[in-house]
Design a protein around this ligand. Structure first.
Ligand SMILES: [Zn+2]
Ligand SMILES: [Zn+2]
Length: 293
């Protein structure tokens, strides 16, 4: 069922159909039933909702088509670099991270995806809803898409509840084909969509604040358990504090944090760790130099 990335699959068609169905019900049934499409409030809400729906479709398209991040063919771990913490590039036994399937070294935080059949930079997870991996290059777009869908679902729910409350059923019109019934059915379908996107959004806000990927969260649970057993304390190496974590994922400009066009920071190959703190100017310069080269 899972098609190769770049192909349109059944889950993608389902998402687009759901967006179309909810959009139609909200704009052409709920808003007319509550506010009327000829009123200023009706037009304003229809316009705002249309803009949000278009933003959902646009970011969805970008999340599907944007490459999640490839390992450069010439990538070789910099073992001589004194600033690279050794735990990042070495695994148990001291081996460098190497992908047997791709026959190349893996940068820190890169993982091999069995569906994409290649290594993905700062891989988070493979998402069937976009038929693509969520990695360093499209993580922010994926996040903004989830935010837009959660916001649109909430907005739609408010308009649907308003329409259901304000358009009291008339006895002669209370059949199953009345607009009110269609609006209520759409509201029921929206419940799991609103709940799941809100939980997903909250989960990724948690991950961003701790500078973790979904894979690293699961690895961390195990590492913490092993460290506790050995009487040590486990610390996630990329956790730089809430602010620096958010900046490293969403970019330095707070006004662009939710903007889908701006890229996140870094090259996806080298990441600042808590071992680099205090963040001296020279460390920043070195980082910039490395990401440009
Ligand atoms: Zn690989
Ligand atoms: Zn994948």
């Amino acid at each position: 069922m899972a098609g190769r990335p770049g192909y349109v699959t059944l889950p993608i068609i389902s998402v687009l159909a759901a967006i179309g169905y909810v959009y139609y019900t909200t704009v052409f049934l709920a808003i007319p039933a509550w506010l009327g499409l000829a009123t200023a409030a009706g037009v304003a809400n229809a316009a705002a909702y249309t803009a949000l729906a278009l933003a959902c479709v646009a970011t969805y398209g970008l999340a599907i088509t944007r490459d999640p991040g490839r390992v450069p063919p010439a990538f070789v771990p910099d073992v001589e670099d004194a600033q690279t913490p050794i735990h990042e590039i070495k695994r148990k036994g001291g081996d460098l991270r190497y992908c047997q399937k791709c026959s190349h070294y893996k940068p820190p935080r890169a993982h091999h995806c069995r569906v994409c059949k290649r290594c993905i930079l700062r891989m988070d997870h493979h998402c069937i809803w976009i038929n693509n991996c969520v990695g360093h290059e499209n993580y922010k777009i994926f996040l903004v898409f989830v935010l837009y869908v959660a916001t649109a679902s909430l907005y739609s729910m408010i308009l649907i509840i308003g329409a259901a409350v304000h358009s009291a059923p008339k006895d002669e019109q209370s059949g199953s084909d009345s607009p009110r019934s269609s609006i209520i059915i759409c509201g029921v379908i929206l419940c799991p969509i609103l709940l799941s996107t809100s939980i997903l959004l909250g989960w990724h806000v948690y991950l961003i604040l701790h500078n973790k990927t979904t894979i690293e969260y699961h690895e961390g649970v195990r590492a913490m358990w092993l460290a506790e057993k050995a009487g040590n304390l486990y610390h996630h190496p990329y956790d730089l504090g809430f602010y620096h974590n958010t900046v490293s994922v969403l970019g330095p400009n707070i006004l662009c944090w939710l903007c889908p066009v701006s890229r996140n920071t870094g090259n996806g190959i080298r990441f600042r760790t808590s071992y680099d703190i205090p963040l001296s100017t020279s460390a920043f310069k070195k980082e910039e130099h490395l990401s440009m080269s």
